[in-house]
Design a protein around this ligand. Structure first.
Ligand SMILES: C[S@@+](CC[C@H](N)C(=O)[O-])C[C@H]1O[C@@H](n2cnc3c(N)ncnc32)[C@H](O)[C@@H]1O
Length: 277
C-alpha cells in the first residue's frame, strides 16, 4: 500500500464512513481513473492533495460517486418486502389509524429500486390506505445514484432483476431502450442526497427505516454512531430493516430483533421514575 492510498483511505473514511480494504488500491485506482482523467489529475497523490484542500467540490462528489457501490435490485431478497406488507404495515396502520400518516425512509437508496419496490408494495394496499398521507423518502450519499433514482429510467437488464411481468406492465412504460417508472408511482416518492455520517434529525421522525446493505462498509464505531442516529429518528413503535447479511449485534443496544435478524425495533425506553410526594 502506497502512502497516497493510505491517505486516500483516511479521506474516504471521513467523507463516507467506508473502510476501504488495505489491499484494494488497484480496485480504487481503476474506479477512479475516468474521474482523474476527466479532471486532469495526475495520480492518487495529487487527488489526495486536492481533497485535503477542498479545492474542487465537483471532483470530490465524483470521487464519492465512483467509490460507492450502488449495487441494488427491485425487491432485493424479497423476504423484507413480504415482511413489510404482511406484518409491519398492518401493525403500523392499526397504530396510526387516528393520524392516518406514515413516513418511510430508505437511507441508502442507491439508484432507487428499493424505494420503487416499497411504493409498489404500498400501491397494492391502496384501498386500505385511501385517505392516508404516505411519504416515501429515498436518500443516498451518491448524487449520481440519486439522479438515476429520480428519473426512474431502468434498462431491460435492471427490470429483469426482481420485477415480475405484472409489476413491470402495471408500473412501467417503455422508454427508448429500456423502461421508465410511471408518473403515478414517481409522484409518490421523493429523493435527496443525504450522508449517513450527518445528523438526520432535520428529516423528522420515521415509522419505517430501510438501511440495507450499507452498514457492511463501515468500521464498527461508524456503524454504532449511524445506528444511534437512526434510533433517534425512528418512532418508538417503528421498524428498522437491515440487509440480510447485516446484524446490529453489540453495536447499538437501543435495538432489539423482531421476527428475524433483518428487522429491528427500538427497545422500550426506561420510564423516568415518578417522584413521590
Ligand atoms: C450496496 S448499495 C445498497 C442499496 C439498497 N439499500 C439495497 O440494499 O439494494 C449501498 C448504498 O449505500 C450508499 N452509501 C454508502 N455510504 C453512504 C453514506 N455514508 N451515506 C449514505 N449512503 C451511503 C452507496 O452510495 C450505495 O448506493
Amino acid at each position: 500500500m502506497t502512502l497516497a492510498y493510505a491517505r486516500f483511505r483516511r479521506q474516504m473514511a471521513a467523507l463516507t464512513g467506508a473502510a476501504l480494504g488495505l489491499d484494494r488500491q488497484y480496485v480504487a485506482e481503476s474506479r477512479l481513473s475516468p474521474v482523474l482523467r476527466a479532471h486532469r489529475v495526475a495520480d492518487l497523490l495529487e487527488l489526495t492533495r486536492i481533497i485535503d484542500a477542498h479545492e474542487n467540490e465537483t471532483l470530490i462528489r465524483e470521487v464519492v460517486d465512483a467509490m460507492t457501490n450502488n449495487e441494488t435490485s427491485f425487491f432485493r431478497d424479497r423476504a423484507p418486502f413480504d415482511e413489510f406488507r404482511e406484518r409491519v404495515l398492518p401493525q403500523l396502520m392499526a397504530a396510526r389509524a387516528n393520524v392516518k400518516r406514515l413516513r418511510i425512509w430508505c437511507a441508502a437508496a442507491a439508484t432507487g429500486q428499493e424505494v420503487y419496490s416499497l411504493a409498489m408494495t404500498l400501491d397494492h394496499e391502496a384501498r386500505a390506505l385511501r385517505g392516508w398521507a404516505v411519504e416515501i423518502l429515498g436518500t443516498d450519499i451518491s448524487g449520481a445514484a440519486i439522479e438515476v433514482a429520480r428519473k426512474g429510467f431502468y434498462s431491460q437488464f435492471e427490470v429483469q432483476r426482481g420485477l415480475s411481468t405484472s409489476h413491470l406492465l402495471r408500473y412501467f412504460h417503455r422508454h427508448e431502450e429500456g423502461w421508465r417508472v410511471n408518473e403515478h408511482l414517481r409522484a409518490r416518492v421523493a429523493f435527496g442526497e443525504f450522508n449517513l455520517l450527518s445528523d438526520p434529525s432535520l428529516l423528522g421522525t420515521f415509522d419505517v427505516i430501510f438501511c440495507r446493505n450499507v452498514l457492511i462498509y463501515f468500521e464498527p464505531e461508524v456503524k454504532r454512531d449511524v445506528l444511534s442516529r437512526l434510533a433517534g429518528v425512528l418512532a418508538q413503535d417503528g421498524f428498522l430493516f437491515l440487509g440480510s447479511a447485516e446484524s446490529i449485534g453489540e453495536a447499538c443496544p437501543a435495538f432489539a430483533p423482531v421476527s428475524n435478524e433483518s428487522v429491528w425495533r427500538l427497545r422500550s425506553r426506561p420510564q423516568p421514575k415518578l417522584a413521590l410526594a
